[in-house]
Design a binder for this molecule. Structure first.
Ligand code: WT7
Length: 638
């Protein structure tokens, strides 16, 4: 039996899409009827992009964990919910059935309750890729606490920003995390951060690496010890907290064009329905299949397509602790063969990186269980697309190129695997319910094909963000201010003669470095906070593996004349402020930056210089001092 809302054919897609536009209320209420609510909604949608206010399924009561776990207990009790593969190939895998997931989530939810965590409280989760990370998220959702997962690669300072902004009361962490050849000392990073986070009263620590750590009496508690305090002789059943449809489910921080990351807020009902609907349709998930998404749960991709989408659909989701290239670049292929994975969802940067190691890593790998491949996070170039299709998919698997954002909750533009047409480097068509459009600089919608413009969405969809935490005005400004009555994505896109979309990339000051989203202002803040740095400007330039890399122009007033030392020092500083993902590949020490008479840095010129497009600098006559451009070009780093 296919899922009731699974699109089967191209004409089915056309019909569903048409229905979703003509009657969005009828369309989404039919889909919602397949989920478990303890009270039905009074109103499917009320909205206004001016205020902005978006509410889906108001009046309904539900708990997402009932939909992700309890609902499957009868028919899928012993089916694996999570398959976990350790970083070290010699360590045993762990298989967690739906029944076991129910048990452990209930137990850990009871631990949180015992520590006074209540509905509405913010809980920060800072862990490696282990099943307990999923259990911690679901336990929060079970009791109505709002989780705020922070990627384990972020620094103490980033953790401080995210804990302070969300006023977190409880942190769930690990002693450490294994990632390829490295051990990341997570607990030590949390301890450093908590010196500046007085709102945090409790930390629960899962023991993974057995690293030596300090436990602060009265604040820090071991996960395993706390569990034994719960009555484990009888299976604990923590009742799911009845949540309003529009209660917050989680906050996830992401970068924008200012220096401060914003807390994207997703709510219970709409997010759940959209994550599950898009999962089932884009990947064409069939019951009992094994779905492997390689993203980290610290990003939205992990939230929606490792945890909530698959579990809500009763799928088996594969969680891998390590990285694709360790101990060797055949690691993903081994995992796929070992567990007979059917769906692989990864990022172009991972594909290009594996490509660079050559095809010998496919020797003795079958990969014949694969049915569908997916790509996410940045534009996928044709060469990588073809390689992925040929060497991983054996020219036998459709590839879904999925465009979406932290803010959108789920995939908005993508082909549906094997159902709607695919075209290399095109995300293709919007999902039903998604009213995508292209607009000109002055906000006019462009109706013709073979054109490019700013990518916007005209109508709400259930998975969209509802606000930015603690700052609703920022939410309005960021997404609804540039173009009237439209959600603006920050991306540019082209449409071909058949109406298929090709995403061309960000048009704001947001970079995608190896698929990670980083604001140029964030990096500049980090660099500028270094003693002896007067000012800096950060831009992106194309990189063969990372997609984009960082080029920093820095005005330095210190005495260190050893360039390599200086560069290393600046990068070390970026690493402690943000994390290793934001390090600059190129750093140029400059005497001045190109500025307008009003003092604005002309990043457009720096971007051209970084990209080597020296003949396209455009008009530099409005610059305060055009001479700085010549100096920068003369010393540019190639
Ligand atoms: C930005 C959002 C979506 C989850 C992971 C990233 C870029 C995303 C694609 C794609 C071209 C893409 C966009 C978008 N992006 N998917 N298939 N083709 N570009 O989420 O960190 O919020 O980043 O990633 O620029 O705005 P995110």
């Amino acid at each position: 039996m296919p899922y009731p809302f699974q699109i089967q054919t191209r004409s089915d897609y056309d019909q569903q899409y048409a229905k979703s536009i003509e009657d969005p209320i009828g369309f989404w209420s039919e889909i919602a009827s397949h989920f478990k609510f303890s009270k039905k909604w009074d109103q499917v949608l009320s909205w206004n992009f001016k205020e902005p206010r978006i509410k889906w399924f108001e009046g309904a009561k539900l708990n997402i964990t009932e939909n992700c776990i309890d609902r499957h207990l009868e028919s899928k009790m012993d089916q694996p919910a999570i398959i976990w593969e350790a970083n070290d190939p010699l360590e045993n895998e762990r298989i967690i059935t739906y029944k076991e997931l129910h048990q452990t989530v209930c137990e850990f939810a009871a631990v949180l309750k015992r520590h006074g965590v209540q509905k509405g409280d913010r809980v920060c989760i800072y862990m490696g890729m282990i099943p307990e990370l999923v259990i911690a998220m679901l336990a929060c959702a079970r009791i109505g606490a709002i989780h705020n997962v922070v990627f384990g690669g972020f620094s103490a300072q980033s953790l401080i920003d995210r804990i302070q902004d969300a006023q977190v009361s409880c942190v769930i962490s690990c002693d450490g995390a294994f990632r390829g050849p490295k051990t990341i000392e997570l607990k030590a990073i949390v301890d450093e951060a908590l010196l500046q986070c007085p709102t945090v009263k409790t930390q629960i620590v899962y023991q993974r690496t057995h690293s030596k750590i300090n436990m602060l009496e009265g604040r820090d508690f071991w996960w395993h010890e706390e569990l034994t305090k719960i009555n484990s002789l009888h299976s604990v059943s923590t009742a799911p907290e009845p949540m309003d449809a529009e209660d917050m489910l989680f906050i996830l921080y992401t970068s924008g064009s200012t220096g401060k990351p914003k807390g994207v807020v997703h709510t219970c009902a709409g997010y759940m329905i959209y994550a599950c609907y898009s999962f089932v349709n884009v990947f064409q998930y069939k019951k009992k299949q094994i779905h492997f998404c390689t993203a980290d749960i610290g990003w939205i991709t992990g939230h929606s397509y490792i945890v909530y989408g698959p579990l809500c659909a009763g799928a088996t989701t594969l969680l891998y602790e390590g990285i694709p290239t360790w101990p060797d670049p055949g690691r993903l292929w081994d995992i796929i063969d070992k567990f007979q994975v059917n769906i692989l969802y990864t990022a172009p940067t991972a594909i290009r990186s594996l490509m660079s190691f050559g095809e010998t890593w496919f020797e003795n790998k079958k990969l014949d269980s694969l049915k569908v491949l997916g790509s996410v996070g940045e534009p996928i170039n044709e060469e990588a697309w073809e390689w992925y299709s040929e060497h991983v998919g054996h020219s036998n698997c459709p590839i879904v190129d999925t465009w979406w954002q932290t803010e959108t909750g789920g995939i908005l533009i993508s082909n549906l695997a094997g159902v709607t047409p695919q075209k290399p480097s095109f995300a293709t068509l919007p999902l039903p319910g998604i009213q995508a459009c292209l607009v000109t600089d002055d906000g006019q919608e462009i109706s013709e094909h073979e054109i490019d413009g700013f990518l916007c969405i005209k109508f709400p969809w259930p998975g969209m963000l509802r606000t930015t935490y603690g700052d609703h005005e920022r939410f309005r400004k960021n997404y609804f201010d540039r173009f009237e009555d439209l959600y603006f994505s920050g991306d540019g896109a082209k449409r071909d003669e058949n109406g298929l979309y090709r995403i061309t990339g960000r048009v704001d000051d947001v970079l995608k470095i190896s698929g990670h989203r980083i604001g140029t202002a964030e990096v500049e803040n980090a660099v500028n906070s270094l003693e002896d740095v007067t000012e800096s400007a950060v831009v992106g330039y194309p990189h063969p593996i990372k997609g984009q890399a960082i080029y920093a122009f820095v005005i330095y007033n210190g005495t260190n004349s050893n360039y390599e030392q200086l560069k290393a020092g600046i990068n070390e500083h970026i690493q402690t402020h943000i994390g290793p993902i934001a390090k600059a590949d190129k750093i140029q020490i400059v005497k001045g930056l190109p500025k307008t008479r009003s003092g604005k840095i002309m990043r457009r010129i720096l971007r051209k210089i970084a990209c080597g497009e020296l003949h396209e600098l455009g008009d530099t006559s409005t610059l305060l001092d055009p001479g700085v451009v010549d100096e920068i070009i003369a010393n540019r780093i190639i």
